[in-house]
Design a protein around this ligand. Structure first.
Ligand code: NAP
Length: 321
């Protein structure tokens, strides 16, 4: 066999393996490889991790995952009764001491309160290793009917809240010479998600903002991970924004829908954090395939989306295909 034939075979085999991994996997190829051969979540033992939006859904399950790994935790959200419940469960599942978990009430859009919150964390733990910006709300609304106030509210919560906290925590990380910011973005931060115009815009914004930061702080031992989950079981539909200011969607998830289980999503986020990955996609198919199509053949993926139409894409998104 000559060299050219060998190269052609290597390329063919590489592509076949990649396509099989995409079709059978529930995360991007690199994350699948890291899950099998990379660092385990346990390597985060002892680290101080601040999780916003820890009172339900992905944030709650991530707290359990990191408690099992032996992390020290700051749990934030608005509902402190729910945070206390999560704290108790963390102590049971992770057998960590009470003083290793700080429940800290935080409203992401009350920017003036963030400095006090950061001070409380530093008073308790002396430093922060990892900040997980997870708090957020989704949306179900038609683009044209969405009021400008909803666009504004979405940006305040899903973008400015993230920036406000990160800007307060980062200088400490810089001074210490280490740190890690993790943003729970969404597949909607990569693709246009119908009936979620403001949400799509907000998640794209977070990705852009932090991709720029990653380059600026690349030499400072501070890491940035953007996590893009697809449909995952959580409380997100109940409290999603609609087109009207102040309204909640009050949607329910059916257990038969093809969404990812919350604990699986949290585990994969743990793997991404442990391996300090830059960007990860965590989703079942066909959404994972669409992510790859969008990344490598953007025009083809937009053509496919157009042909499928709003109803079909929305079904994929709600795991009802
Ligand atoms: N589930 C999915 O399919 C999916 C897919 C892609 C991305 N995501 C992202 O994952 C993240 C977590 O969502 P989830 O699915 O776990 O939804 P969830 O169950 O509704 O959890 C959202 C969390 O955010 C908190 N939160 C909401 N508004 C807040 C505010 N103003 N201040 C502080 N905390 C606030 C909530 O706590 P309180 O109400 O107690 O404040 C709750 O703990 C979000 O950023 C979401 O965009 C979810």
């Amino acid at each position: 066999m000559d060299l050219l034939t060998l190269i052609v075979w290597v390329v063919i085999i590489f592509n076949v393996v990649a396509i099989v991994m995409i079709l059978l996997g529930d995360a991007d190829i690199i994350l699948q490889i890291k899950e099998k051969f990379g660092k385990s979540v346990k390597c985060l033992a002892g680290q101080v991790v601040w999780i916003t939006g820890a009172s339900s859904g992905i944030g709650e399950e991530l707290a359990y995952e990191l408690a099992r790994a032996g992390c020290r935790l700051v749990l934030s959200a608005r509902r402190t009764n729910e945070l206390e419940r999560v704290k108790k469960e963390c102590m049971l599942r992770g057998s960590i001491k009470e003083e290793d978990i700080l429940v800290l009430k935080l409203d992401s859009i009350d920017f003036t309160s963030h400095k006090t919150a950061v001070d409380k964390v530093f008073k308790h733990f002396k430093h922060i290793d990892i900040l997980v910006n997870n708090a957020g709300r989704s949306q179900r609304a038609m683009w044209l009917k969405t009021s400008l106030q909803v666009d504004r509210d979405m940006l305040e919560l899903n973008v400015l809240g993230v920036l406000s906290l990160s800007k307060l925590v980062l200088p400490y990380m810089e001074k210490r010479g280490s740190g890690h910011i993790v943003n729970i973005s969404s597949v909607a931060g990569k693709l246009g998600a119908p009936m979620s115009g403001s949400y799509t815009g907000a998640k794209h914004a977070v990705q852009g903002w932090f991709d720029a930061l990653r380059v600026e702080i690349g030499d400072k031992n501070i890491h940035v991970t953007n996590v893009c989950p697809g449909p995952v079981f959580s409380n997100i539909l109940a409290v999603a924004f609609t087109e009207k200011e102040g309204e909640e969607f009050k949607g329910e998830m059916n257990p038969n829908e093809k969404r990812m289980k919350t604990d699986r999503c949290a585990y994969l986020i743990g793997v991404a954090i442990a391996n300090k990955m830059w960007e990860v996609w965590i989703t079942k198919n066909p959404v994972l395939f669409l992510c790859y199509a969008n990344q490598y053949t953007p025009n083809l993926s937009k053509w496919i989306s157009g042909k499928l139409g709003l109803k079909a894409i929305q079904k994929l998104r709600e795991g009802q295909h």
